[in-house]
Design a protein around this ligand. Structure first.
Ligand code: HEM
Length: 150
């Protein structure tokens, strides 16, 4: 991850914004198609899809830029998500991968191998950070930590 990655990622975000494409609804349809049992966990898909999509993109973009605010945001995300049950780590991975995939579809001609590689590096870093947050909550606060379903 680097300033070059951040620039490529920003260019694709701007292209999608300029095209007026909102990726969150196809993203959530893709997620629910893969994990249909999760749909009832959402009280408001409209409200949650805005924040989940935005924050997933923000975390990845922030990681590419070496932003220090990403870690506390990820730690909070993992803790608040304990309310939604024992979320397997594979669902976090899938949501991140699907977010990048939907962005790529929406970016059209603004998407290329370099851009995809930049997003993939940040996606991998976010997945690693979520694992670290889950492990640290489990160690620091075993009784209240998110359940570590695999
Ligand atoms: C990088 C991954 C994720 C991010 C950044 C993220 C972020 C968020 C945010 C910001 C909210 C809104 C919280 C609020 O307004 O109080 C939320 C809600 C929620 N998230 Fe996630 N989330 C992620 C992954 C997941 C996964 C894998 C699941 C699995 C089902 C999930 C399930 C939920 C549910 C059920 C809600 C509550 C929705 C509602 O009450 O309508 N999230 N998420």
């Amino acid at each position: 991850m680097s300033a070059a990655d951040a620039a490529l990622m920003e260019a694709s975000l701007v292209a999608v914004a300029d095209a007026g494409i909102d990726i969150r609804l196809p993203l959530f349809e893709r997620f629910f198609a893969a994990y249909p049992a999760r749909r009832p966990s959402f009280i408001s898909v409209d409200a949650a899809s805005r924040r989940m999509t935005d924050e997933t993109l923000q975390m990845m973009f922030g990681l590419a830029g070496g932003e220090a605010w990403v870690w506390p945001l990820v730690a909070e995300l993992v803790f608040t998500h304990r309310s939604y049950g024992a979320l397997p780590i594979g669902e976090y991975d899938a949501f991140i991968d699907m977010t990048v995939a939907e962005l790529g579809v929406a970016a059209g001609d603004a998407w290329n191998a370099e851009t995809a590689a930049a997003w993939a590096r940040s996606a991998a870093a976010l997945k690693t950070m979520i694992r670290k947050a889950r492990a640290e909550w489990a160690e620091a606060m075993p009784a209240g930590a998110p359940q570590l379903a695999e």
